[in-house]
Design a protein around this ligand. Structure first.
Ligand SMILES: [Zn+2]
Length: 273
């Protein structure tokens, strides 16, 4: 797959997959460069090398296949939030959802095994293909420092990357116009709203790049997002009897903010383990 490369600031590049609509970001210091997310891979390594020859640190905002499958292209250790460290012995909530969903498609709807194996290969990160390490609190690129803010909710280990030099936050799927909150067991909706409010109070950040858009959002979006979550927390719980019976599921969409429509899909469920 071909990536679109765009310089977004000095030594800073957006590397975007226009087919699957997911982006990675490359931040260069004078000693090292940081690649945030690896999308589905493809020709990502070539795209990175068109931007820099510096030694590379590779990290993920979270371990979902559309942000992390390309990890397999890289030999170096991959840094991820501690809650998302791939573990062959423990399924994440996301992996459990995919496993349960594909079981239902196979047993109930008779989807062919080959098609389901394809979905699994694409969206489930194989813990044996890379060495995974927990992200530190900051990453030193030489003359440039990147700070990390844990934001559990979309996944247990979601992390936001903040670059002081360009006053930019890279939020992955944790704060975005369309956010899926698989909050249980990562966190609860009120706790999530508090976390986002606290992040909205950060000083010195002017803009935010979510993963699934080329748009740059003003940092004030974060405050609106927090308000949306507060609204959501006050809504009565809705029981949606999913066929595979996860228990209570609450889904809310199209919550409006003053800046742009925000869609929050909030899944509050008990997983069958
Ligand atoms: Zn995601």
């Amino acid at each position: 797959m071909k990536y679109h490369i765009r310089k977004t600031a000095e030594g800073t590049f957006s590397i975007y997959d226009p087919i699957y609509k997911v982006g990675c970001h490359l931040l260069c210091g004078n000693q090292r460069a940081l690649l945030i997310d690896t999308a589905f891979g493809g020709e990502l390594k070539e795209a990175v090398r068109r931007c820099t020859d510096l030694p590379l640190i590779v990290a993920n905002t979270h371990v979902h296949g559309d942000h992390s499958k390309g990890n397999e292209l890289f030999d170096q250790p991959i840094y991820v939030g501690a809650g998302d460290l791939p573990d062959a012995d423990r399924l994440s909530a996301y992996q459990s959802l995919i496993r349960e969903g594909t079981r239902v498609l196979r047993e109930r709807y008779r989807f062919p095994q080959s098609l389901l194996a394809c979905v699994n290969r694409r969206y489930v990160v194989d813990p044996t293909k890379n060495t995974y390490l927990p992200l530190p609190e900051e990453i030193d690129l030489g003359n440039r420092r990147i700070d990390l803010y844990p934001m559990p909710g979309h996944t247990e280990g979601s992390v936001i990357f903040v670059d002081e030099q360009t006053a930019t936050a890279f939020s992955g799927d944790a704060i975005a116009p369309t956010t899926w909150l698989f909050t249980d067991p990562a966190t609860r909706i009120r706790r999530y709203a508090e976390q986002v409010e606290s992040f909205a109070g950060s000083v010195g950040i002017q803009r935010i790049f979510p993963s699934h858009s080329r748009a740059v959002l003003p940092f004030s979006f974060v405050g609106d997002f927090a308000k949306t979550l507060r609204d959501l927390a006050d809504l009565p719980s809705v029981h949606i009897p999913l066929r595979w019976d996860y228990g209570t599921v609450r889904i809310a969409t199209d919550r409006r903010s003053s800046i742009c429509p925000i869609r929050v899909f909030y899944f509050d469920f008990q997983l069958n383990q």
